[in-house]
Design a protein around this ligand. Sequence first.
Ligand code: ATP
Length: 820
Amino acid sequence: MTSDGGIKIPSRLPLLLSHEGVLLPGSTVRFSVDSPRNMQLVSQRLLRGTSLKSTIIGVIPNTRDPEHDTDDLPTLHKIGTAGIAVQVVGSNWPKPHYSLLITGLCRFRVSSLLKERPFVLAEVEQLDKLDQYTTPATEGAAAEDEELGELSKKFYQAAVQLLGMLDMSVPVVAKFRRLLDSLPRETLPDVVASMIRTSNKEKLQVLDAVSLEERFKKALPMLTKQIEGLKLLQKTRKMNPDNEKRVTNKRYCPPFVGISFISSVFRLKKMPQSMPEYALTRNYLDLMVELPWSKSTKDCLDIRAARTLLDNDHYAMDKLKRRVLEYLAVRQLKTSLKGPILCFVGPPGVGKTSVGRSIARTLGREFHRIALGGVCDQSDIRGHRRTYVGSMPGRIINGLKTVGVNNPVFLLDEVDKLGKSLQGDPAAALLEVLDPEQNHSFTDHYLNVAFDLSQVLFIATANTTATIPPALLDRMEVLQVPGYTQEERVEIAHRHLIPNQLEQHGLTPQQLHIPQETTQDIISRYTREAGVRSLERKIGAICRAVAVKVAEGHRKKEKHSTRKLKQHISEDKSTICRNDCNYPAAPPEMPIVIDHIALKDILGPPLFEMEVSERLTLPGVALGLAWTPLGGEIMFVEASRMEGDGQLTLTGQLGDVMKESAHLAISWLRTNAKTYQLTNMVGSPDPLEGTDIHLHFPAGAVTKDGPSAGVTIVTCLASLFSGQLVRSDVAMTGEITLRGLVLPVGGIKDKVLAAHRAGVKRVILPKRNEKDLEELPANVHVDLDFVLAGNLDEVLNAAFDGGFPGTASTLTHPQLTSKL
Ligand SMILES: Nc1ncnc2c1ncn2[C@@H]1O[C@H](COP(=O)(O)OP(=O)(O)OP(=O)(O)O)[C@@H](O)[C@H]1O
């Protein structure tokens, strides 16, 4: 130590010849030591010495120590840095070497070399003053010289500016910030040059700048260059605000998601881009950023507005709309979302999906439809694990990504058509999704972190409950959506379908008019369905045909703008719609009215005719009513007999239950043949003696099953054996027992509507189904005669004109007919 308090380095210093980095005073650098002279310096001086002095060595940059001891020493750089070896680490593998951690103290100049072996020892001259770093961060020595003072101030300000642009959470930046104010300003060029991104050449320039002023001048441009580079980077980020937004969005995800996200980011950073896993991790991170962890829409539910909206969107469906409103009202009163999951069950095209969409609109929520028909892999719901190539998240997570909010209305369409396969059971995966107790932590295999689904409103639709797994069905409240009557269909067409189709085809009511009678015609002769989808398609076809005429009319109008047009509407449609090639010279008069002739021109010959009466012109034919997932259907049963040995042949793809019904019917008729005066072909009281019977259920390609055809089979056989015709306007349904009782069956509303559609006048139903008649629309009650039968006697009596011979009802009491 000198008298002025400064520290002096020894005048003789062992030299470490370095070619790797440049040690600047105030910085710490690790050097690898493996050449002969440097190795000797470490082993003989650093490891043997015990005093502090023995740890001080000089580091000469830009010099490679020769490989062999015998080689001459190259010319040494004249200026070096004296430093303290703060750590020595040695290893023998792959070859003996040391690693030295050295902290730089001050510059020195090599005056002369004292010895070259075993290590270089030199006489040195200390260049920098080595104070005890007690000088505060004041103007200090720099104040002596005005220019130097100016330079140091500038340098300090630039250093502060740089720190302001860096991320303080990085430890080295935080340390730099702490040091900046406590260090004497004259040390700043060395410290800053070693910290910022500079090349060895630049560092060497700073080292060689012995005068302080020159040192500031050399280091300042390096600092400025660094600041400019950072500014450019920030500008580029601003130009791509997406990145910023995404990060902001992610900030609100749950902590465990953040951890998973950050660890994936680190993994991605370490991966080469060519690795297949790189793209996978990238996609995963994209999904994490895009998912609406905390973004939701605000519910804006007003029950009165909801009622109006539902009524405006949908005609009829009163029961369903009432239940939906109740559901919405409860949600409004009780903010908790744990309610039942509604499942709309009904034939296709009755508006199930459309009601779901209206619910989303009334709540002001996003709507997303997930089609589940044919899904047979549970990964479709839960996603694939990320270990698989081409793995993807499931439909639930994908849907959330699409809508971008965490509280949408999800319509799970066709839950009854979920399949099962070796890849698992998707219905089981749905159980977790739909269970309010579990779905707050739904874990998709791909995402691998829990997502809260409790805010999502799930609605399911199905054509039948029969194929919905019981556990899934148990979690839902089933709302039946039956088919429409003829009148309801006409109303729906005029209130919704026609205006919608006109709009979709760019037409106005001033251009196209479809009268009610035409709509009725379309419904009864061109469609046979429970819903209105086919009706909508036919209206679409009419609109297309008219659009052509209107467009052509416009063109002609332009050509004949001076010509006056006087054409009668009826004339108009017959020329316009009947004759495609011979257009009138003038455009058609508006609106174009579609009558039954125009209808035939556009839609072709009628697809369905009222065939009931035609097909009931022979004994041995009866009309039954069947229920299918597509709605109610009328079903003919035909029977014929021939000589034989009492065989019964059944055709028409019948299920076991239906076959049993046929056997039951025959047994009952054989037992009661005498009562009803039924005989076989040879006159024997046993109808089957010497006779074979063939029962056929037309539409042979369609599989049929169920017990409800029992009464129809009995009626058909009774007609065959008695030779009497069944009334042509009667249809029936009901299960039979061996004792001749008629048991209740399901799907009454759909079956009766099908009978009504087919123009039937009398419907025979089981007595215990009387309660189901309440659901029928008033006009159906007016149009149809309902016969409620408790036993087969009553069925036969009602099915034949004037009753069936021998039936007790004809003898004892009049048949039970209800005109409800
Ligand atoms: N009561 C109604 N009032 C107005 N339009 C209706 C009504 N019922 C059905 N529609 C219309 O019929 C079309 C078909 O309805 P939607 O797609 O909702 O049927 P769906 O019952 O979901 O059929 P699927 O089971 O095949 O999915 C839609 O354009 C819908 O607007």
